[in-house]
Structures are given as structure tokens and as C-alpha cells.
Design a protein around this ligand. Structure first.
Ligand code: AGP
Length: 613
């Protein structure tokens, strides 16, 4: 999705803006541009294509401005082109704007502006923003330091939809204005300089101190000051949040790709996420989470709502909570949940999982649940992200910044956190024996070392990837927790190798999908639940007898049979096994993508953070 960068300080802005955009490339984009405040007015340099093309634009080296805004665009309204790229200017070239999100009522606003003599150069929804600001600016008769801010505020009151907006103007050559609604934006505070970004990692090398804006909050920045305002322009007092991510966490540290680095960071990510939640000889503990026995006993149902990989983590959480706490859990895709009428009341706990904390559908689902009276709990990897500010409670994964579009360490961190959460509920409810809880805690603490062992399968996996990377279709099978792992393995493969792939609950095969099995097709199965070994093996035999090539990821001793490849991973409690059995599947997608010569970190058509519907 689109990315925003801004700088206001004493240095030349353009190199800082381009460097920032390069750090946002992973979010996915099709064009890029910058605008700076120059002595003779506003400059705009933009084009479709890669950020690095900006270095070749005529005149870019001559920019001297120390205030600027920048953008990577991921087309929604209007094709990728120079005209549709951001920043956009108003008709009089007095205001430059970059925007993330969608102005849903832009057609009405455009007609209004057309009626008032404005013209448009692009097909974007964004171009109404600088023109509407100009409209309100000219209507304001008070010419003080806040005139541009008032114009931006009035324009924002007219917008329907989502937006993170940065504005610079020739009428305020020492300032910049930013505002957001349902779209991410952070302000990094430096010494005599301030930075703006869509996400924290992009400006982490400049500062660790951030201001996090809530919906309809405005910031008026100079190099030395930041003033905050609410929608009615009442002044706000906001606190700095310090982020403890280190800068190497946001670079490749010698790995070829972020995805590979992040796969190998999983033992650390899990250790950090377990953190202090499992104190020795004491119940599980979450700072800021105080759900009591009365509340938990009255819960009639839980929902876990998320998208993509985070939803797959939710499926594993459902099994843990149902098994240990005996509470029914429904897992929902956020984009479906938000448009149906989920049965929710004050005795419902809704859990929302989002690595970025900025996924539009997940945020909308959270708002819906709150409006129906549910208690809401967010699980996110990004401190201060939007879902964490909307939810009643937040618990964090501590995976560190995840840059590759394909989620790996965030997924395993979410799975572990959900299991610890299930234990936390179980201890309060007394729903399982202390012995079972202690066993599970031990298993959790042993996981980082076991993940390290699972990473050692990489040589075997790489060989297997070489054999199958040209396939057109690959199937994944599993039962119980292993079905969830199959779903996640299949999603990883699709995302970064562009191979068509489906995951099936192994027992469903006979009810239709087996018709797709033909000679030579690859079927990958996961078997970690000892109760289901024989059942899944029977399904594997069914595909073998129809000519399938088979790979099995397992922690069980399987009877010798005609499976082509068996990859062994360490054993653990079955509820935790997805954290280990997914590792070879992550590696498999990675090596297939490399064999095919694809861009592992930035797969086509995908964005890291899906901030629009
Ligand atoms: C994972 O590999 C995907 N890129 C995607 O499914 C992702 O998990 C989904 O978009 C949800 O993102 P979130 O966790 O940031 O909400």
C-alpha cells in the first residue's frame, strides 16, 4: 500500500525523503514522488516506476528546501502514471499534498470544485484534497499563522473514507501539517528536525521517539515545534512514545532477503514474545490485561478476527482456547465479519490479530464489535498502531519489525501469544489441571531451541525446492492443527512463488478435491498430531495411488511406506506444533521463489500493510 515520508529540519530534505521512500518500498507501490518548499515556491518531482528513478529526474539535485513530503503510490483510483502520482498540487500551485487511503466521496467533492472553477489533471481521488484546501483558504478572512491549518481542517471535515495526509504550502514556508483518519501515520521527533512516516521502521535510524496520531488529530510542525489539535482545533497535549526496536532489526544484516532473515529470527522473536508472561511458579501474566474470573466465566463465546496469515494464527488460537478453556471460539475473516451481523453482546470477547495493527478490515471489524458491546482485545506487533488504540486491551508480539511482505516471524509469535493467552484464561478459570498447565509452560519455554533445530532442515528443503519449483499446482493436506499449518504453508507458497496451491483438511479430500489429483502432482502433508497419524497416512496413500509425489513434514515416527520425502521436525505439545512445523514450509516457499528468480520480499500485487478495503 502507499507510503508517506516527510521531513522538516535544517538539512536538505530531498535525499532524506528518497532514502525514507526506499525504506518503505516493501509496502508495495507503482510510482513515487517528492515535493519540497523552495525559495521560489513548491517543487514537485514524481514519476511512475521505482523510487530510485527519482534520482534521475532533471533538477532533483538542485532542490535546496529543508521541508518536504514524499510518497509511494499503490494505484486505487487511476492507473499508475506520472499525472496520478503524488504529490498533487492545487490549481494555483500553492498547496502540495500526499495522501494514503481513499476519499470515498471524491466524486461529489470534485463536482463541487468543478462548479467553482477548479480543473483536474489526474484521475485520482487525492487531487480534490489540495483544491478543497485552496477553496477554504481563499474563503477565510483571517490571515494569521493558522489560516492553512483551518483550511485543512475544514477540508477534512468534508472527507468520507480514510486518509493520512501531509500538506506543505507556499503560504507557510516554515511549516508542515499532517492529519490522519483510519490510515497509519507517525511523527518522529528529532533534535531541531522532525520526521513523518507511514511506519516506524522507515525512520527508525533517525529517531526512537514517536508521536502517534489518533483519528482526526492534526499536527502543525516546524523544525523546532509540534503543535497538536483535535478536529475542532482545540490544542492537545500528546506524549512521546519511545520505541525500543534497534536499527539492525530494520535492515538485512547480511541476509539476501528480509524474508530469510525473518525466518531465522524466529527463535529470538519467540523468546522475546514469551518475555515475562510465564513467571516461574506463578500464573501467566500480561501487563495491562486484567480480565477477572467473573468476566471470563460469563463469556458465552469468543471471536478471533483477522486477515491472511494473522487469521491462520487465529485458527491455532481457537484450538488452544477451546481445548484448554472450554469456551467456544469462532474464527472469522475480518472482511467477512464486518459485513455480516455477528452475534455479539457484552458477554462476548473479540480478539483481533494484526501484525501491522493497520489492516483496514480488521480495524473496521473491531469498531463494529465495540459498537455491539463486546470486550475487545488486540494482538499486534506494532506499538501504538491503530488497533491497539481502538481496543479495550492490547497484548504485543515482540517479533521486531517485519519487513518482508510474506509474514513469518509475526505468525509464529502470534501463535505462541495465543497459546499463552489460552493458559492465562485457563489459570483464571481453573479449567485444566495445574499439572497440564506446568507441562505446557515447559514446552513453551523449550520452543526457541526446537525452532533452531527445525531451521536445520533448510538443506533438505532447498533440494526439494529445486525438484518442484516449476510445478503449476501444489496441494497441502493436514488434520486438526496440521490443517491450519497446511493453510498457512499454502498461502506462503502462493504469495511468493506464484504457484497455484490449495490446502485441504485431509478428511475432506474424498468429498471432491481428490478429483484434482493426477499423475506427478506434488502433495505436501503435515502430521504432528499422534492421534491422527493413521488417518492422515490413509489419505496420503489415496493420493499416492493416484500418482502423486509426496512430501511429509512430521514429528512422528511413521511406518516405512512409499512417501517420497519425509522431513523430521522436533516434537512438542500438539497445540504448539504449528510453530515448528511451519518452519520447513516457510523455507520451502522461500527457496522455490529464489529458484524462480522472483522478488521474495516484494511479491507482485501485494502490500505489507493493507490499509484500504
Ligand atoms: C502474510 O504473509 C500476508 N502478507 C497477509 O496475509 C497478512 O498476514 C494480512 O494482510 C494481515 O496483515 P496484518 O497482520 O498486518 O493485519
Amino acid at each position: 500500500m502507499c507510503g508517506i515520508i516527510g521531513y522538516i529540519g535544517t538539512k536538505k530534505a530531498s535525499p532524506i525523503l528518497i532514502a525514507g521512500l526506499l525504506r518503505l518500498e516493501y509496502r508495495g507501490y507503482d510510482s513515487a514522488g517528492i515535493s519540497t518548499v523552495e525559495k521560489n515556491g513548491l517543487s514537485v518531482m514524481k514519476d511512475k516506476g521505482r523510487v530510485k528513478n527519482l534520482y534521475n529526474l532533471d533538477g532533483i539535485d538542485n532542490l535546496e528546501g529543508t521541508i518536504g513530503i514524499a510518497h509511494t503510490r499503490w494505484a486505487t483510483h487511476g492507473k499508475p502514471s506520472k499525472e496520478n502520482s503524488h504529490p498533487h498540487l492545487d490549481n494555483s500551485n500553492s498547496f502540495a499534498v500526499v495522501h494514503n487511503g481513499i476519499i470515498e466521496n471524491y466524486n461529489d467533492l470534485k463536482n463541487f470544485l468543478l462548479d467553482n472553477g477548479y480543473t483536474f489533471r489526474s484521475q485520482t481521488d487525492t487531487e480534490v484534497i489540495p483544491n478543497l484546501i485552496h477553496y477554504y483558504y481563499t474563503k477565510d478572512e483571517i490571515d494569521d499563522n493558522y489560516r492553512v491549518l483551518r483550511a485543512v481542517q475544514k477540508a477534512c471535515k468534508d472527507f468520507k473514507g480514510s486518509f493520512a495526509i501531509q500538506v506543505i504550502s507556499k503560504f507557510m514556508p516554515n511549516n508542515m501539517i499532517v492529519v490522519r483518519k483510519d490510515s497509519p501515520l507517525v511523527i518522529g521527533k528529532g533534535d531541531k528536525e522532525n520526521y513523518i512516516s507511514s511506519d516506524i521502521p522507515a525512520i527508525l535510524s533517525f529517531t526512537k521517539d514517536f508521536y502517534l496520531l489518533n483519528d482526526y488529530e492534526f499536527a502543525l510542525l516546524s523544525k523546532d515545534t509540534i503543535e497538536f489539535f483535535d478536529i475542532n482545533l482545540n490544542k492537545l497535549d500528546k506524549k512521546v512514545t519511545s520505541i525500543d526496536w534497534n536499527t539492525t532489526a530494520a535492515d538485512k544484516s547480511g541476509y539476501d532477503d528480509y524474508m530469510l532473515k525473518e525466518i531465522y529470527e524466529q527463535p529470538t522473536a519467540i523468546r522475546e514474545t514469551i518475555g515475562s508472561h510465564l513467571p516461574e511458579n506463578e500464573p501467566c501474566h500480561f501487563e495491562n490485561l486484567n480480565l477477572d474470573k467473573k468476566f471470563l466465566s460469563n463469556i458465552n463465546k469468543m471471536y478471533i478476527v483477522a486477515c491472511g496469515t494473522a487469521m491462520h494464527a487465529g485458527l491455532t488460537g481457537k484450538l488452544a482456547i477451546e481445548h484448554i478453556c472450554n469456551i467456544p471460539v469462532t474464527v472469522d475473516i475480518a472482511s467477512e465479519f464486518r459485513y455480516r451481523n455477528p452475534i455479539i453482546d457484552k458477554n462476548t470477547l473479540c480478539i483481533f490479530i494484526s501484525q501491522s495493527g493497520e489492516t483496514a478490515d480488521t480495524i473496521a471489524a473491531l469498531k463494529l464489535s465495540k459498537s455491539k458491546g463486546a470486550t475487545t482485545l488486540a494482538i499486534s506487533n506494532v506499538i501504538g498502531s491503530s488497533i491497539t488504540r481502538e481496543a479495550d486491551y492490547t497484548i504485543y508480539t515482540h517479533a521486531g519489525p517485519e519487513i518482508a511482505v510474506a509474514s513469518t516471524k509475526a505468525y509464529t509469535s502470534q501463535v505462541i501469544l495465543l497459546n499463552i493467552l489460552a493458559l492465562y484464561f485457563a489459570e483464571i478459570l481453573g479449567s485444566v489441571s495445574q499439572e497440564e498447565i506446568s507441562k505446557m509452560k515447559k514446552e513453551i519455554l523449550a520452543l526457541p531451541n526446537k525452532i533452531e533445530k527445525a531451521l536445520n532442515t533448510s538443506t533438505e528443503i532447498k533440494k526439494f525446492a529445486k525438484k518442484i519449483y516449476q510445478e503449476k499446482d501444489i496441494f497441502f493436506l493436514g488434520r486438526g492443527v496440521d490443517y491450519n499449518t497446511a493453510l498457512e504453508g499454502s498461502l506462503k507458497l502462493k504469495e511468493i512463488s506464484y504457484i497455484h496451491s490449495e490446502a485441504y483438511a485431509a478428511g475432506e479430500l474424498k468429498h471432491g478435491p481428490i478429483a484434482l489429483i493426477e499423475n506427478g502432482i506434488t502433495v505436501i502433508s503435515v502430521i504432528t498430531d499422534e492421534k491422527l497419524v493413521e488417518k492422515t497416512l490413509s489419505n496420503i496413500q489415496e493420493v499416492i495411488s493416484r500418482g502423486a509425489k509426496t512430501l511429509v513434514i512430521t514429528n512422528q515416527t511413521l511406518p516405512s511406506n512409499n512417501i517420497d520425502e519425509v522431513i523430521m521436525v522436533p516434537n512438542t505439545n500438539v497445540l504448539l506444533s504449528p510453530i515448528i512445523s511451519i518452519i520447513p514450509l516457510q523455507l520451502l516457499s522461500y527457496y522455490i521463489s529464489k529458484e524462480k528468480g522472483l522478488d521474495v520480499d516484494k511479491p507482485r500485487n501485494l502490500a505489507k500493510s493493507v490499509t484500504v478495503e
